[in-house]
Design a binder for this molecule. Structure first.
Ligand code: HSE
Length: 307
């Protein structure tokens, strides 16, 4: 085939306790992209809908990834990319990761699946670097693998897929303000006191165990972040009120999605996740800030071909 229409999911990175080391994909929210092979030996971006992003391939996350892969593979063809963003960049929902992963996935199809999924993550990370200045793997791994992932090691890259309990849903509040990941990383503490580190890795262990055993309460108890959330929540209007309210109304746990401003909450069951969305709505509706809420099952499939 010389054309692919793909879906690349939105992702929640960090999952509270797992800064840069955990993430998961959404089932329903994500970008669509159309890739067309041609004989120009160049990467072009001919359409971007839903966001203002650079058309120059060397400045665009999807373009950077495609260029690098074609060069690495010594390909004798070019690719044109059309990007249809379904949610805003700077949301904390892995917008650049959806583009980077989509590009890695589609170009690999043109290359006859030359690269492994792990190698695709490495290419997609270059798109993340272009977009936010850091080689982060959490959003792109979640997008490419689907479900929950753990980045056990960055060097060498080691990604572990973690099972998703059948009835786990996420609710996302996306205030329509932009927080650049680059800015969200500038405020991070350089050092972590041992006591906080202990709490953090204990919660990561709890979260992984809860996901494996479908222990929903353990998953909820483990969504604690004593290191990053306290500094980043200052960028998110009414964060504490949203978090307290959703916990009172049945969410298992809640935190900042990636570097924000989106807030995510996990719930057992779709009905409960809808109640959480209503709760978020109650908090935000008269605050003078535009926002969108999403309810989704965890997306086990990840980046995929639509047609
Ligand atoms: N782990 C990254 C961060 C994800 O929190 O900075 C960026 O969305």
């Amino acid at each position: 085939m010389d054309q692919f229409h793909i879906f690349s999911p939105a992702t929640v990175a960090n999952v509270s306790c797992g800064f840069d080391a955990m993430g998961f994909a959404l089932e329903t929210l994500g970008d669509e992209m159309i890739f067309k092979k041609n004989n120009t030996q160049k990467v072009t971006i001919s359409e971007i809908e839903g966001a203002t992003l650079p058309f120059e391939p060397e400045k665009n996350a999807a373009g950077v990834v495609a260029q690098k892969m074609l060069l690495d593979a010594g390909a004798d063809f070019g690719v044109d990319i059309r990007i249809f963003k379904k949610y805003k960049p700077g949301s904390g929902l892995g917008s650049s990761a959806a583009s980077s992963s989509g590009s890695a996935f589609a170009v690999n199809e043109f290359l006859g699946k030359k690269y492994s999924k792990l190698e695709l993550v490495e290419f997609a990370m270059l798109g993340e670097e272009a977009a936010c200045g850091s080689l982060i793997a959490d959003n792109v791994s979640a997008a490419l693998y689907g479900g929950f992932v753990l980045i056990r090691s960055y060097n060498p890259l080691d990604i572990v897929s973690v099972p998703t309990p059948e009835d786990l849903y996420v609710t996302v509040l996306h205030p329509q303000i932009e927080v650049k990941t680059e800015d969200g990383r500038k405020v991070l503490p350089k050092d972590v006191p041992l006591k906080k580190a202990v709490a953090q890795w204990a919660n990561v262990g709890g979260l992984i165990s809860g996901l494996h055993s479908s222990d929903y309460d353990l998953i909820g108890r483990s969504l604690e972040d004593e290191i990053v959330e306290p500094v980043r929540k200052l960028f998110i209007p009414h964060f504490d009120l949203v978090k307290d309210s959703v916990l009172k109304n049945g969410a298992l746990g809640a935190g900042i999605s990636g570097s924000g401003p989106s807030v995510f909450a996990l719930s057992k069951g779709k009905d409960q996740a809808e109640i959480v969305a209503e709760t978020m709505d109650e908090v935000y509706k008269n605050k003078g800030i535009e926002y969108i809420t999403y309810v989704s099952k965890i997306g086990n499939q990840g980046t995929r071909i639509l047609s």
